[in-house]
Design a protein around this ligand. Structure first.
Ligand code: FES
Length: 272
């Protein structure tokens, strides 16, 4: 699937990428095809062995390549051939949606559902419904779309989201979600769904800001004041994260312009 292909399709219909698990959803799609059921042709299918194999960062990759919507389709609950893959996919999708929402990208662009090998008609129906939903949201990076963001700004936010989903804190929380919600810790405490949501929101907000600073400083040296203005956040907050990133070795002092220290990412020097 080339960007050119995706771009051409978008002129007419939204471009959609679907991650389909080999054992159920892909077979369901196959059945829809052999049964000659019609469904939108603007779906590009990526076959994976299990929906649980779709990494959070991978769910966002199609957006960076021009897709307007992403579907993850797996086996019905309790039918996963690897037992818990679809439950893991469910947890990941819900956490990735939280990141998208924080960045004011409509989380309806990322969809999860179940299709069995015998449900060709259901597959066709779901693709049709999702295509309509994405069409209502509008093309990504279009001022007229639901987000109202320019293409560069949309892409910047997806890049931020991808970095967050690849980060240690996010991955730890996603991976431990089930255990945190269902098991007691050593103090016999168990996290409620609400507390988990609050914790996830806090981590997402902090990590998004950190990732946004990293991205900004990869281009040119930037002062904290400039970062605060560009990102629309209080300077004190930027200062706090800049200090952390500097201490962790991600940022370094580039120069002092007037009285403002300017920072640059070590990444831009290929140091990571
Ligand atoms: S094998 Fe289909 S979701 Fe796991």
């Amino acid at each position: 699937m080339s960007q050119q292909e995706m771009g051409d399709t978008k002129q007419v219909e939204p471009a959609i990428v679907g991650f389909l698990c080999n054992w159920c959803s892909y077979a369901g799609a196959d059945l829809a095809g052999t049964s000659r059921l019609s469904y939108p042709t603007n779906l590009r299918v990526i076959r994976v062995m299990c929906s649980g194999r779709v990494d959070p960062g991978l769910m966002l990759e199609p957006f960076l390549r021009g897709a307007d919507g992403v579907m993850v389709l797996g086996c019905h609950p309790a039918d996963c051939h690897y037992l818990t893959g679809n439950y893991q996919a469910e947890q990941r999708v819900s956490c990735v949606r939280a990141v998208l929402e924080h960045l004011e990208i409509d989380s309806g662009r990322l969809y999860l559902d179940w299709v069995s090998a015998s449900e060709g008609a259901r597959f066709a129906e779901l693709v049709m419904e999702f295509a309509h939903q994405v069409k209502r949201l509008g093309p990504i990076g279009d001022r007229e779309s639901r987000e109202g963001l320019s293409r560069p700004e949309f892409m910047r936010r997806v890049q931020v989201a991808q970095r967050v989903t690849e980060g240690e804190k996010f991955r730890w929380l996603v991976g431990r979600r089930k255990a945190l919600l269902e098991e007691e810790n050593v103090y016999k405490e168990q996290l409620s769904s609400r507390r988990f949501r609050d914790l996830m929101s806090f981590v997402v907000a902090e990590e998004c800001l950190r990732a946004a600073i990293e991205l900004l400083t990869e281009e040119d040296p930037v002062s904290c004041k400039e970062m605060a203005e560009t990102l629309g956040v209080p300077a004190g907050k930027v200062l706090e994260h800049t200090a952390y990133l500097k201490k962790s070795g991600f940022l370094e002092l580039h120069d002092v312009a007037g009285s403002s220290p300017r920072y640059v990412s070590r990444l831009s020097k290929g140091e990571r």
